[in-house]
Design a binder for this molecule. Structure first.
Ligand SMILES: CC(=O)N[C@H]1[C@@H](OP(=O)(O)OP(=O)(O)OC[C@H]2O[C@@H](n3ccc(=O)[nH]c3=O)[C@H](O)[C@@H]2O)O[C@H](CO)[C@@H](O)[C@@H]1O
Ligand SMILES: C=C(OP(=O)(O)O)C(=O)O
Length: 421
């Protein structure tokens, strides 16, 4: 059992090093498995539990993988894939496991998915993935727990996603990349991580156009080759460190962001947080009481659902009523009850929450229900009086690398403990 122990009250000051993006590296590991010869190198890899699970899963299907932690580098040799089975005990521990199916289909003619995990956020369907594979010529046998997809060569087709699914878009691009002919994906996801995956696949020899427009065209090629690629920065990790500066009335320089934080920055600015770009560094500081805010989550470029929970913590510390409308997932408010245990006043009705702030927070024992509610509770702990203990820390470690070390470097009083049971 991993737990985080946070003693609040310290203003965070200093330089925060932003990790590579979880939601880009996982599809990239899946993409590396498409390559029959040579070794793929991924740089700026976040050392998070989801990457460790992805390494285990890649090894389970026959890839040879080296994770060089100090160098934040993965070296992947997928020349000898031999098993189409994504075993339940690994695949059920993270969402990214679904991203291995296109490679297994292309390389081995079948994928046997014994389960797909990920944060528990309500319904998380995969119908767009499987309907898309069927349109490309695969046979999908959906059993009670195991899904068996078979294809002796895929053929391009026009695909439409009811909503722009992030991993759905990535999977169907990878499926189309080695299919015969042209695949068109309408209503495709626009997330920067999807564009980074397209960049990598393009370097590998894939022919993809329309990334970022919602209409993606993929001209199938015969073979893809191994490349080196640097994973983009994690905008969710960057958002969390910006919020940590804001709620502790601190000042943090974000290094490695290289990207615009977009709507998260605008929302925090509306709350009274100052941002200043100093060349390659993004400086965040706050020295005034926070104002309340309205948040409506949406697909990119809307407000990212993954930052909705951390933002709820910030809202609890703002003077006045904030409004949050969660539009992507139907079960992403488990944080409210935990924040209320700490003294917050969050009322949830369906997909909407009203946060009445500012209420002083007091440390106590709380539960991370998923990755982002976990990190939101760490933020709450930084601003709370006394000690906050957050379990299970594993969920936080799924998506944030070396969190305690990086926050301690900014002056936070936070420890990560491991105990039996
Ligand atoms: C590993 C990864 O990249 N995870 C991210 C990805 O998850 P993921 O790719 O699973 O999220 P999706 O964009 O697919 O899902 C969003 C919504 O669409 C629905 N849906 C999706 C696919 C489908 O076939 N049918 C369907 O109905 C889901 O139930 C959900 O309500 O995008 C989410 C939304 O930005 C993020 O919170 C996750 O961090
Ligand atoms: C929902 C998330 O992740 P996953 O899709 O990997 O469960 C997340 O990163 O907040």
């Amino acid at each position: 059992m991993v737990r985080y122990r946070v003693r609040g009250g310290n203003a965070l000051r200093g330089t925060a090093f932003i990790q590579g993006a979880k939601n880009a590296v996982l599809p990239m590991i899946g993409a590396a498995l498409l390559v029959p010869k040579g070794r793929t190198v991924l740089r700026n890899v976040p050392i998070i539990e989801d990457v460790r699970r992805a390494v285990e899963l890649a090894e389970a299907v026959g890839a040879q993988v080296e994770l060089h932690e100090a160098e934040r580098t993965l070296v992947i040799d997928a020349s000898r894939l031999h098993s189409p089975v994504l075993p339940a005990e690994i695949a059920r521990r993270f969402r990214g496991s679904v991203l291995f199916t296109p490679a297994l289909l292309h390389r081995l003619g079948e994928a046997i998915v014994e389960g797909v995990g990920g944060c528990n956020l309500g319904s998380r369907n995969l119908d767009f993935h499987y309907l898309g594979y069927k349109r490309l010529g695969a046979v999908v046998d959906e059993g009670e727990t195991v899904i068996h997809v078979k294809a002796s060569g895929l053929t391009g087709a026009t695909l439409y996603l009811d909503t722009p699914s992030h991993t759905g878009t990535e999977n169907l691009i990878m499926a189309g990349a080695l299919a015969r002919g042209t695949t068109v994906i309408e209503n495709a996801a626009l997330e920067p991580e999807v564009l980074d995956v397209i960049d990598m696949l393009t370097k590998m020899g894939a022919r993809i156009s329309g990334g970022g427009t919602g209409f993606i065209t993929v001209e199938g090629v015969e073979e893809l080759h191994a490349v080196e690629h640097t994973v983009m920065p994690d905008r969710l990790d960057a958002g969390v460190f910006a919020m940590a500066a804001a709620i502790t009335q601190g000042e943090v320089s974000l290094v490695g962001t290289g990207l615009d934080l977009g709507v998260v920055r605008y929302k925090l600015e509306q709350m009274g947080v100052d941002f200043a770009r100093q060349g390659a560094v993004l400086n965040v500081r706050c020295d005034r009481p926070l104002r309340p805010i309205n948040i409506i989550t949406d697909t990119y470029p809307g407000f990212a659902t993954d930052l909705q929970s951390p933002m709820m913590t910030v809202a609890a510390l703002a003077d006045g009523h904030s409004y949050i409308h969660e539009r992507i997932f139907d079960g992403r408010f488990a944080l409210a009850g935990e924040l209320n245990k700490m003294g917050a006043d969050v009322a949830v009705e369906g997909s909407r929450a009203i946060v009445r702030g500012a209420t002083p927070l007091t440390g106590t024992r709380v539960t991370a229900h998923d990755l982002r509610s976990g990190i939101a509770l760490v933020l709450a702990g930084l601003a709370a009086k006394g000690e906050t203990v957050i379990e299970s820390g594993y969920l936080i470690d799924r998506g944030h690398a070396h969190l305690a070390e990086r926050m301690r470097a900014l002056g936070a009083d936070i420890t990560r403990e491991i105990s039996a049971g």
